[in-house]
Every structure is written in C-alpha cells, then in structure tokens.
Ligand binder design. Structure first.
Ligand code: SAM
Length: 239
C-alpha cells in the first residue's frame, strides 16, 4: 500500500495525527531528501528506513515500485506540504495504480490551499499553475492564457524570482493587476502583501534581499466590497 503523506509547510505542529500514525506504522518512508525527512521523523520520535525517491531517475521510481510490490507499506513524503503538488510523487502514484497497488492520499498541509483560504477572494474556482517555466516568453503566455479563464491564478515562486515574476505579471496583465503574496505561511514571519503587480514589484524591489517562501495569487480587478480596507492605490499592505 502506498500512503501519500503531507508534511508541514513551516510549522511542525501542523502535522496531522493520521500522518504521524501512518509514518509510525509504515515499513518505509519514500522521500525527496532523506536528511530532511530524518529530521522530521526524529522530531516526532519515529525511526524508519528512508529511501530517496527521485522522480527524474527511472531507476529510483522502479526501485520504490519494487518495494511496494514486495508488499511493504510505504509512506511517500516530500520536503514540505503535499507530495505531487509541485513536488515529486505523481509518477510513482501513476505506476502504483497501474500495478494494482492500493494508494491512499492523506489530507494535510499544502501552501496553495493555505494561501487561497487566507486571501479571501474566492470560495470557488481558481487556476493553479505551480512554478512557471523559467523562460519569460513561455511564462507570460501561460499566465495570460490562465487569466483568460477569469479565475484567480495561483503560482508558487522562490524569493529570488518573485520580483521578476511581479514585473512579468505587470507587463503581461497590466500594472494595476491586483496581487496577493502570502509569505512564510505558518511560520513566525508569516505576512500577507496585498497590492498591484507593479506596486508590489517596486516595494519588494527596494529590499536588498527578498527572503521567504511565496505563494502569489493574481486576482481580478473589481469593485472593492463595502468596508474593504484595501484602497485601490494602496500598492503595499502588510496585514
Ligand atoms: N508540495 C508543496 C505544497 O503542497 O504546497 C509545495 C512544494 S514546492 C517545491 C515549494 C513552494 O511552495 C515554495 O517555493 C513556495 O512557493 C510554496 N510554499 C511552501 N511553503 C510555503 C510557505 N510556508 N509559505 C508560502 N509559500 C510556501
């Protein structure tokens, strides 16, 4: 049996009881980075064999599949959040399903859901693009096509590229495109930056170093609701 086990995205207290039970009872833990996973396991007093799972290495996928086929119960984890969501895992899940191995996906932390819930902009549809391609032209085309669907667009971005990505959004969709940045979710320095693509790019661009993990939500312009504090010309609001 293959269990997909989400792990915290910043706050160790966010691990679920079921995730802990599953990790404790698994025969082996398949992980992105064995060192990082060992730190997590030892924090919770769990001692398990860990095997590296490298999605880009067919032999690694095959080895993990063999372990499952031998009848072992394996827990698949990634470095943070839910495996397979902008993280390795989907190939193993696909192969496991094809081989008739039972797969169980545990609910748990994921930055996309956490950011979207706190954004307060939709209770329904959104378009999740994960990490955009490195090439600016490709990234711009993808963002433009996703935005056409008329839903908020959600991206993952590294601190090194977040300003560039805001500039790309400003150039592609317009300077005043509303953007929400959810930074360091569930960590001590969690913050929410709300403004326009150009305004946030200018504000963050002033910093000597941008730090932390970001989820970027590209919203749609619209009338602010009554009592909403986000003034249209407020580029940068840290609440
Ligand atoms: N599988 C993970 C999930 O379910 O969210 C995502 C892993 S992906 C490799 C890492 C990206 O997720 C980061 O670059 C960032 O965009 C986002 N992320 C992860 N943790 C975050 C956090 N605490 N706050 C904001 N964004 C975070």
């Amino acid at each position: 049996m293959l269990y997909i086990v989400p792990t915290p995205i910043g706050n160790l207290q966010d691990i679920t009881l079921r995730a802990l039970e599953t990790l404790k009872s698994a025969d082996a833990v398949l992980c992105e980075d064995t060192r990082r996973t060992q730190i997590l396991l030892s924090h919770f007093g769990i001692s398990k064999p860990t095997y590296r799972y490298n999605e880009n290495d067919a032999r690694s996928v095959a080895r993990c599949l063999e372990t499952l086929k031998s009848g072992e119960n394996c827990a698949l984890v990634s470095d943070c959040g839910t495996p397979c969501i902008s993280d390795p895992g989907w190939k193993l899940v696909k192969e496991a399903v094809a081989a008739g191995i039972k797969v169980s996906s545990l609910p748990g932390p994921s930055a996309v859901a956490c950011a979207l819930a706190g954004a307060g902009i939709t209770g329904g549809a959104f378009t999740f693009l994960g990490f955009l391609p490195r090439k600016a032209g490709k990234a711009a085309r993808l963002v433009a096509a996703a935005y056409e669907l008329k839903n908020p667009v959600v991206l993952y971005e590294s601190p090194y590229r977040v300003v560039k990505m805001l500039e790309l959004v400003a150039q592609t969709l317009g300077e005043n495109t509303p953007v929400i940045l959810a930074r360091e979710l569930s960590k001590i320095y969690e913050e929410w930056l709300r403004g326009t693509a150009a305004g946030l790019a200018a504000e963050l661009g002033k910093k000597s170093k941008v730090q932390g993990e970001f989820v970027m939500i590209i919203d749609r312009p619209g009338e602010p609701e009554q009592g909403e504090e986000n003034a249209p010309d407020s580029h940068f609001q840290n609440i």
